[in-house]
Design a protein around this ligand. Structure first.
Ligand code: ZN
Length: 248
């Protein structure tokens, strides 16, 4: 049940037909794991926390650097050299004291994934490391956990939704087979603008809220944003029958 305070707090959300009090209750009960609390993990965790997701796991072993501050808006100059997940948890808790926030101040590996994935309803990949991206994809398929992947560099970004509980849902490996390897581009080598991360992180958070409240989120669709031309393109994906991760 939502308290009187919660009803007031989330009234602008619950008045939406696709959400309602039932949807808000679903958000309150939800358990979400966010991997990477950097440029994407900042807006994703901020919006999901504000929206009333009841249980949030934040995973990041990295510390805050001065070169993060132009885009990682939860952090300030006093936070430099401290752990990203720790500081994000502190800031998020100030906005909503009711959220249960658990911090994992280390990089995700197979063992941690095997322990934490069974505890959650949804995973958000907000990393910028290609090996971790493949690992998250593989572990989400193994544990049958829905996954929202986001990535951004320069003026561009992309996101996709993988649902292992849907038979024909393509996974990240179907799109970029590991032997060919997706290009390992990241913010350190290519640069990035903060607002591009806000767009992609916002879209990831939006998909998460839609999914958790029972609204449709499309699988088999790669959504690509071009921030210079202000355009979106959608590419249809197909589950690869020989995919070593999700087929069979
Ligand atoms: Zn696959």
């Amino acid at each position: 049940m939502l308290s009187a305070n919660e009803k007031l707090r989330f009234s602008r959300q619950t008045m939406l037909k696709g959400i309602g009090e039932q949807g808000q209750q679903a958000l309150k009960n939800a358990r979400v794991l966010i991997v990477g609390i950097g440029g994407l993990g900042n807006p994703v965790s901020a919006y999901l926390n504000a929206a009333g997701i009841g249980n949030i796991y934040l995973v990041d072993g990295d510390t805050i650097d001065i070169s993060n501050l132009h885009r990682q808006i939860l952090f300030n100059e006093h936070d430099i050299d401290t752990n990203k997940a720790d500081i994000a948890a502190e800031k998020l808790q100030q906005l909503n004291t009711s959220t249960n926030i658990e911090v994992l101040d280390e990089m995700l590996d197979a063992e941690l994934a095997d322990y934490y994935l069974p505890l959650v309803d949804l995973v958000l990949d907000c990393t910028d490391n290609i090996n971790t991206r493949y690992l998250i994809n593989q572990k989400c398929i193994e544990h049958k956990k829905p996954l929202i992947i986001g990535a951004a560099t320069g003026f561009d970004g992309q996101f996709m939704f993988v649902n292992p509980n849907q038979v024909d849902s393509a996974c990240y490996q179907c799109l970029f087979p590991a032997e060919k390897k997706a290009p390992d581009n990241n913010c350190q080598t290519l640069g990035i603008l903060g607002p591009v991360l806000a767009v992609i992180g916002g879209m990831q958070a939006l998909q998460a809220i839609k999914f958790l409240t029972g609204n449709t989120v499309k699988t088999n669709q790669l959504n690509i944003f071009d921030g210079l031309n202000n355009s979106w393109q959608q590419f249809a994906l197909k589950k690869q029958q020989k995919c070593p991760i999700c087929a069979g």
